[in-house]
Design a protein around this ligand. Structure first.
Ligand SMILES: *[C@@H]1O[C@H](CO)[C@@H](O)[C@H](O)[C@H]1NC(C)=O
Length: 236
């Protein structure tokens, strides 16, 4: 299963300029740095890789796994991992789609239900969130265990008045959880990797940035979330 997932990831990692010294395009929204927190992603259990043009980031999770059934504790039934992406925005008007793709594994007896919930929000506008949810029902094909792909697309816009741009923090809170109507039934649900890509970027600049002159105060800048769409595919 894991070699299949690695093969799926290769095209993503191959995106962008292969030169290691490639400088990010200053007209694109780029990932400056990233961090993560939560009981599904303790320090040391996550591998991270960013494309040379800094528009795509991939995380591999070793411990983002939930279990339910005989011998499990309630802390095994739910895990979360929040991703924090510190983004650099060019000045002007931005339209971008955040495409997030998740792969994992689901195995569930009849009576077990799994949920993978993702909430997207900007720290600048924490009251406005976009949430996607994928549900898994035990029994049938999930008795044997299946890999799955969850694909989210979230539209974002930003209006950045500072000619030299500003920064924004996008938070992506992922939670996988299991419930059961039968204490003898068992199940597991994992999230093995996440790839977050900024695509379809449209950028309209109003003023040129003059390095060294600094920007206007960023007080008028607006960065926000629009509509999400989500899809889950189980099996190959
Ligand atoms: C509960 O789950 C176990 C294990 O899957 C199964 O053998 C049993 O028939 C289930 N009981 C009910 C009432 O569905």
């Amino acid at each position: 299963m894991h070699s299949k997932i690695a093969a799926l990831l290769l095209p993503v990692l191959a995106l962008g300029n292969p030169l290691p010294q490639a400088t990010p395009d200053p007209s694109l929204i780029t990932i400056v740095e990233s961090s993560y927190s939560g009981n599904g992603c303790p320090q040391g259990s996550v591998s991270t890789s960013t494309s040379p043009d800094k528009t795509v980031i991939t995380y591999g999770f070793d411990l983002f796994q939930t279990y339910i059934g005989p011998g499990t504790k309630s802390s095994d039934h739910s895990k979360n991992c929040q991703l924090h992406l510190n983004l650099k925005y060019p000045g002007g008007f931005q339209y971008a789609v955040v495409d997030a793709t998740y792969h994992g594994f689901a195995r569930m007896d009849k009576g077990v239900t799994g949920t993978f919930l993702t909430t997207y929000y900007f720290s600048q506008d924490a009251g406005k969130t976009s949430t996607t949810r994928s549900s898994f029902t035990g029994g049938g094909a999930l008795l044997e265990g299946q890999v799955y792909t969850k694909q989210d697309s979230v539209e974002t816009t930003a209006t950045v008045w500072s000619p030299c741009g500003t920064t924004g923090i996008l938070n992506i809170n992922n939670r996988v959880s299991l419930t059961s109507s039968n204490s003898s039934a068992a199940g597991e649900l994992s999230n093995d990797d996440a790839t977050v890509a900024f695509t379809q970027q449209l950028h309209v600049a109003w003023k040129a940035c003059t390095p060294g002159k600094g920007g206007d105060s960023g007080n008028g800048d607006v960065i926000g979330i629009n509509q999400p769409s989500s899809d889950v595919a189980i099996g190959q």
